[in-house]
Design a binder for this molecule. Sequence first.
Ligand SMILES: [Zn+2]
Length: 285
Amino acid sequence: MTGSTGRVLRGIAAAVLGFAVCAAAPVQDADQKTITLVHLTDVHMRPGFNAPERFRLALRDVRSRKPALIINTGDTLDGSADAEVKWASWQAAVAAEIGDIPLFNLLGNHDIDAPLTREVACAQLRMPSRYYRFDRFGWRFLMLDGNGFAADQEQWDWLARELREAPAGMPIAVASHHPIFSMGATIHSPGDQIGRWKELVALFATHPNVKLCLGGHSHLADVTRYNGVTYTTGGSVSGYWWELEKSSDGKGSYQQTPPGYNVIRLAPSGVVSVDYVRYPDPATR
Ligand SMILES: [Zn+2]
């Protein structure tokens, strides 16, 4: 390495560090004690049903809540047909509507429908790898790849190591597309839960740092508190996949869950509240 190259690299490192410090500064709620996390899931971007425009209504509503961060738990795309058009709609909506709010994504099953690949989906979703971690507001977030999780020993080992090595007292949130524990899925579609979910529930019970689990996939909104962990499945932004005629109420709902997203308030010590909210979309009113 030459001296000038070293200086350049140190400059880049400083810039990255500066960004990290800046980005880590929490945007606290008015009470100065909590932050708002918006949990989106199952956007199922598609060209029809006015989905791109209706998704923008959802993001505008999200932005009005001034969240510190947004987590999207996948099925961003509605399958592989016209994938480039769908990704372009997603990118345009995100660029136009969320401003500088940090957005963290993970992979749903439809984001990698053949012939789509994890590599392309990770790049489109600006993910460093198919599973990863990040820290915000004193919390550690572990973002899983729920696709094929049951047979994915490498990822299981990573998760177990992350839990073992996390700083004492640091609250942990685990996010996956397939819910780890969901009452709605238990009622309507037990197969929707992530593989080895009973083992995960038992594992988390031995790590009291784990406070929150975020999931999607079922399009059902529920919150279950079990062994000190708040498990929530965030309904879906797309409801009945943006369709009205097939929906359970003619207004976009799947089962009893309307289109919406989770608003979660986090304190340094744990989860304060989880609320599933609708967004103003004239098509669903
Ligand atoms: Zn799914």
